[in-house]
Design a binder for this molecule. Structure first.
Ligand code: SF4
Length: 382
């Protein structure tokens, strides 16, 4: 069993949570719980008749069981045990890795326990960790290292390499993310699993890593074009969400600001902000590691890459949002609070990380391919 470092420390903030998970998104409920609710007159009203498998929400997308103090009526009346599996488990996630056999499903090799950063209490715990602490101990990197152990499915070997780049190498966060993305593109080119294992070995070699990173450092891009593209992406990602009550409180002012913004006038401030923002690298590295550990596990490599791209976008959107907010507040003689990074990252994990299909569609519509080109991701990251 593998657990992220903070897994056992989690407790819900309950009525002190400003971003309750009972508001702002659809709440999917396990089939068994849904059937149980439907079968009783007392609970049938909890099922959304227009969206199969989802809980009924109020007109402002809030769970109808959430009381005015931010507490759950179900728990108040019937205790934790009455909750659906979805509500009981959030923000915990469990992945089971199955042994590779000729049959469909072998025995469970390992269970992995993690927490999603869609819950701000999880990000608060990560923020309290020491700068160099590892959020998860990386399991064996590739089949060759396991020797006599059972072979781990390919998607986990690939994911473990991403964790290795982020936790074990000494580059900047942007360079590490590019190293990950470069490696994923390389895997996509492989026809056979053995080629992916070779690829893993090549990328573990320090000299090769150094060579790849040197290439990004030499990549030419126009700063103004990059910042304009970033603002445009912010505009596209937030356009619909800002209409919803909970998201609007964080996004509307920034959206209006970007709409009227002359990007060239803010270019210098943006460059300075990015440099100062590297002081948050340790926090965001841990958050990204934690999200990759939970979510980059699809056996379809394209879907795994879309999940990775989404996690990188959560970080990119958080960074630019904090910059925009800082510009707005500075005009009033104020500054962004340290804790705002938690609110925005949590928000984007909900908006992007829980809508990977929607993001893939967005990339497909804009670039004819849901898998981004390396140069494009680099442009947004810079
Ligand atoms: S988001 Fe996290 S802290 Fe907030 S109510 Fe949900 S589980 Fe509790």
């Amino acid at each position: 069993m593998i657990k992220t470092k903070i897994f056992d420390e989690f407790t819900c903030l309950a009525d002190k949570c400003e971003m309750t998970c009972c508001r702002g998104w659809s709440i999917r409920v396990e089939e068994a719980d849904m059937e149980k609710w439907k079968a009783s007159e007392e609970t049938a009203y909890l099922c959304d008749k227009t969206a199969e498998g989802q809980m009924k929400l109020s007109h402002c997308k809030t769970c109808i069981l959430l009381d005015e103090n931010g507490l759950c009526e179900m728990v108040k009346r019937h205790g934790d045990e009455a909750l659906s599996k979805t509500c009981k488990e959030f923000p915990r996630k469990v992945n089971k890795i199955y042994e590779l056999t000729d049959e469909q499903e072998g025995k469970v090799l390992c269970e992995e326990y993690s927490l999603t950063g869609a819950c701000p209490a999880v990000l608060q715990l990560i923020d309290k960790e020491e700068k160099n602490a590892k959020i998860v101990e990386i399991p064996a990197l590739c089949e060759h290292e396991l020797e006599f152990a059972m072979p781990v499915p390919m998607e986990y070997r690939i994911r473990n390499m991403l964790l290795y780049f982020l936790q074990e190498t000494e580059y900047t966060l942007e360079e590490k993310l590019m190293l990950c993305f470069d490696f994923l593109h390389e895997c996509l080119e492989c026809e056979w699993e053995t080629e992916v294992d070779d690829c893993i070995e090549v990328y573990q070699d320090c000299e090769n890593e150094e060579e790849h990173v040197a290439l990004y450092r030499d990549m030419q891009y126009k700063k103004e074009e990059a910042f304009y593209e970033l603002c445009q992406t912010f505009f596209d990602v937030t356009e619909f969400y800002k209409e919803e009550q909970m998201y609007g409180a964080y996004l509307t002012a920034l959206f209006d600001f970007v709409e009227k913004m002359d990007t060239s006038a803010y270019l210098e401030a943006w460059e300075q902000f990015k440099q100062d923002f590297t002081r948050e690298d340790a926090f965001f590295t841990k958050v990204i590691v934690s999200e990759i550990f939970s979510d980059c596990i699809s056996d379809d490599l394209e879907i795994l890459i879309e999940s990775f791209q989404s996690i990188v976008m959560e970080y990119i959107m958080t960074r630019v949002s904090l910059f925009l907010k800082e510009q707005l507040l500075q005009a009033q003689g104020m500054h962004v609070q340290h804790t705002e990074k938690i609110a925005y990252m949590s928000l984007y994990i909900r908006m992007i990380g829980h809508n990977v299909d929607g993001m893939a569609e967005y990339w497909e519509d804009n670039f004819d391919d849901p898998i981004l080109e390396k140069e494009y991701l680099y442009l947004l990251l810079q």
